[in-house]
Design a protein around this ligand. Structure first.
Ligand code: PMP
Length: 454
């Protein structure tokens, strides 16, 4: 039974028994976790009745608001019929329908769906499938992965191996795969007169060299298309993906597109790969797939890759990977309801208005003496705070300026949760234009306070 309590009581009970993700638990001595009692639309409400605008969609998952009536109804309906069945040897209509619909809306040529229950697992699956494909094709030497500098792909050991964010990766180095890292096409460090396209194209030169010289030992390149999410929302031009697709074809190397953060409309198109008109060999999806309700992930791949595993059992070429909750029916129904909303509400079109409003509401941020860049890709807008605007010298990380901004914003009722000193908006698509203006005002005020001296 859940008892009614206040914030303080619950926070005290929490810190006695929980260990929170992505948290130095000692930080909670000064600022305890906030217990959330209920949520609706873009608003979270705590046990003392305070409301907070969920400006980062609860770690980028929530698309159509909390307690969305249409998703609620779909899950409730599914609860009455089938809550779970293992997907090995069994199947169910929600997972079949979801596969059919995902194949129809993702780039041409992705024809098979392999499900799991979180983003890191999807990345592991794509990596294992790629390696295994080359094994099955008599190319056992192809066993290395190429990633991009500043990449993030999850935190299980395989996924962490293809990350490049030291904060998460450095400690575990001795446990990880030895990957080849190419420079990022991220345009933050381009010369002032250089265009995004020029810079991303220039950054591709090293990737081309790596692939031309080492393709015999490489099974796949993995990228986050257009936006490196947990790598501080750094962004790049679609030309890089076009060049990469061509080179991967030329050198017989797979391309894994990790659209876990960028998928389902975040960058302005349903999938970021669309902006480069490319089809990857593997596409990993999760986060927004269920509208932010339940854990689900999927790897889409091509018929060619699927066929390389299709054989008599005794030849032992099958892909025998499994996770217990793979393709859970409740999660699949939430995903189907989410896709319905995309279709019925013309979401991608509507988001253009919201994205334009985010741009307008933050246009003046560029004049702030500690803002080095405001960048945007569709429904993601990021603000880079620095010590010296001209040189882009960051504040010493120990000063935790981003965290200060986070705290100021929370006091005013907006959840920003910056990454380092990068403040960003990634709101649910049901946010109103007035709420965008207010969110931007709070963010600006918080940036001013957080960048005051000392
Ligand atoms: N890939 C990307 C691009 C992500 O942003 C994330 C999560 N932030 C993951 C993989 C890992 O997903 P999960 O946290 O569900 O394991």
């Amino acid at each position: 039974m859940i008892t009614q309590s206040g914030n303080t009581d619950l926070a005290q009970r929490d810190t006695k028994v929980l260990w929170h993700p992505c948290t130095q638990m000692k930080d909670h001595e000064a600022w305890p976790p906030i217990p959330i009692r209920r949520a609706e639309g873009v608003w979270l409400e705590d046990y003392d009745g305070n409301r907070y605008l969920d400006a980062i969609s609860s770690w980028w998952v929530n698309l159509f608001g909390h307690a969305n009536p249409r998703i609620n109804a779909a899950i409730a309906d599914q609860l009455g019929t089938l809550e779970q069945v293992m997907l090995s040897g069994f199947t169910h209509e929600p997972v079949i329908q979801l596969s059919e619909r995902l194949i129809a809306i993702t780039p041409e040529g992705l024809d098979r769906c392999f499900f799991a229950d979180n983003g890191s697992s999807a990345v592991e699956i794509a990596m294992k499938m790629s390696f295994h494909f080359w094994q099955n094709n008599g190319r056992p030497g192809k066993k290395r992965f190429v990633n991009l500098a500043n990449a993030y792909h999850g935190e299980t050991l395989g996924a962490l191996s293809v990350c490049d964010v030291p904060l998460y990766k450095a400690t575990y180095g001795p446990l990880l795969l030895d990957v080849i890292t190419a420079p990022s096409p991220d345009c933050y460090h381009r010369e002032p007169e250089q265009s995004w396209e020029e810079y991303s194209r220039q950054q591709f030169a090293t990737m081309e060299k790596i692939l031309s010289q080492r393709h015999d030992e490489i099974c796949a390149v993995i990228v986050e298309p257009l936006v490196q999410g947990a790598g501080f929302m750094r962004m790049y031009h679609p030309v890089y993906l076009q060049l990469l697709r061509e080179a991967c074809d030329r050198y017989e190397v797979h391309l894994i597109a990790d659209e876990i953060a960028t998928g389902f409309g975040r960058t302005g198109t349903l999938f970021a790969c669309e902006q480069a008109s490319i089809t990857p060999d593997f596409m990993c999806l999760s986060k927004g797939i269920t509208g932010g309700y339940l854990p689900l992930s999927v790897v889409l791949t091509t018929e060619k890759i699927y066929q390389a595993f299709y054989d008599d059992f005794i030849n032992l070429t099958g892909f025998l990977h499994s996770h217990t909750y793979t393709g859970n029916p409740l999660a699949c129904r939430a995903a189907l309801a989410t896709l319905d909303i995309f279709e019925e509400d013309n979401v991608i079109e509507h988001n253009k208005t919201l994205a334009a409003r985010m741009a307008r509401a933050t246009a003046h941020f560029n004049e702030h003496p500690h803002v080095a860049e405001v960048r945007q890709s569709g429904m993601i807008l990021a603000i880079e705070i620095v010590k010296h605007k001209q040189t882009k010298d960051p504040f010493p990380w120990q000063e935790r300026r981003g965290r200060r901004a986070f705290r100021h914003a929370m006091e005013q009722g907006v959840v920003l949760r910056p990454m380092g000193d990068v403040i960003y908006f990634m709101p649910p698509y049901v946010i109103t234009e007035e709420e965008i203006d207010w969110m931007a005002r709070v963010a600006f005020d918080s940036i001013c306070k957080a960048t005051e001296t000392t």
